[in-house]
Design a protein around this ligand. Sequence first.
Ligand code: GTP
Ligand code: MG
Length: 370
Amino acid sequence: GDTITVADLAQKLALKGGEVVKALFKMGVMATITQSIDHDTAVLVTEELGHRAVRASEDSAEDALLAHVEEARGDKQSRPPVVTIMGHVDHGKTSLLDYIRRTKVATGEAGGITQHIGAYHVETDKGVISFLDTPGHAAFSSMRARGARLTDIVVLVVAADDGVKPQTIEAVQHARAANVPLVVAINKIDKADADPTRVKTELMAQEVVAEEFGGDVQFVELSAKTGQNIDALLDAISLQAEVLELSAVVEGRATGVVIESALDKGRGPVATVLVQQGTLEKGDYLVCGVQYGRVRALFDETGSQVDKATPSIPVQVLGLSGVPDAGDDFVVVDDERLAKDVAQQRDAKRRESRLVAQAGNRMEDILAQM
Ligand code: GTP
Ligand code: MG
């Protein structure tokens, strides 16, 4: 039957060759890392090392994962919009996000000081809105890479005293390419030299046309400094969301994406994720990029523990084996074994491609020295 070298097996298991040699030795099999072992021995030693042997196809665990995600899904229900703020340097993106966070995030049991996590949600009388606190461009690159939509609506911030600038135009182009609608926030209207009409005219040249000029883009004139008209912006976002008829499956295992992650000294790996489908609950097993784990605790943006998170709601997850990358997908699975297998297989693959890349580099070094 099939054979595999000890070195190849070690690589697939993301272990050092010596560890596999040692495990084989314990089983009474003498082999060096360059020698081949047969299929049955490979399965035995794999299980001896605490992994589950996965047959033939390299992607079988991924396939099982996909099947897992597809099954047991309920009906779609409406979900809140996920909003990203974009705009030119210094036009007030951070100020706007901070103002909304400071004044609109419901303060939790932790005492009201909101932590700076990469996303938050607000409850308005017109519904919930989630804001991603990532540079707009990053959210879009991640969307492009995943071919999935992370943002439903872009709030384009344009300073009324500065007008349309290169990054304003770039943001318009990003949103248009991704087919994401804009709501324009004309900011800094508290300033003496604010000229909102100029902004509207300049944006018209980019084919972003305000309703009052016969277009379909909502414009809100506001100040992130004084808070004037921020509520009108939230209303405009809710209205835009209604038009989009956003929906997601709420019942069932969650899937979503990592917005940011870090290694916390006391709490271990911490990932802020955005749930996109299903409900993420405390105690769930999940695969997250090349990491896996069981959700030990969930926190909202105020630092309060929550039991679950539904679609479009960002939440901090504790309990992962390691720190995932921003942009990684996560999937809840029923079975810890499957979670671990998928994560390890992905990790092995990643190492493999890194080794190939390194070998390539070394080859180039050698050639350069010749
Ligand atoms: P970058 O992240 O550097 O691209 O900038 P930003 O778009 O996040 O702008 P930021 O919120 O940092 O604001 C830039 C400057 O404009 C800061 O000094 C703010 O205090 C000021 N600012 C923001 N919004 C307003 C506003 O509505 N009115 C006035 N007067 N100043 C504002
Ligand atoms: Mg900023």
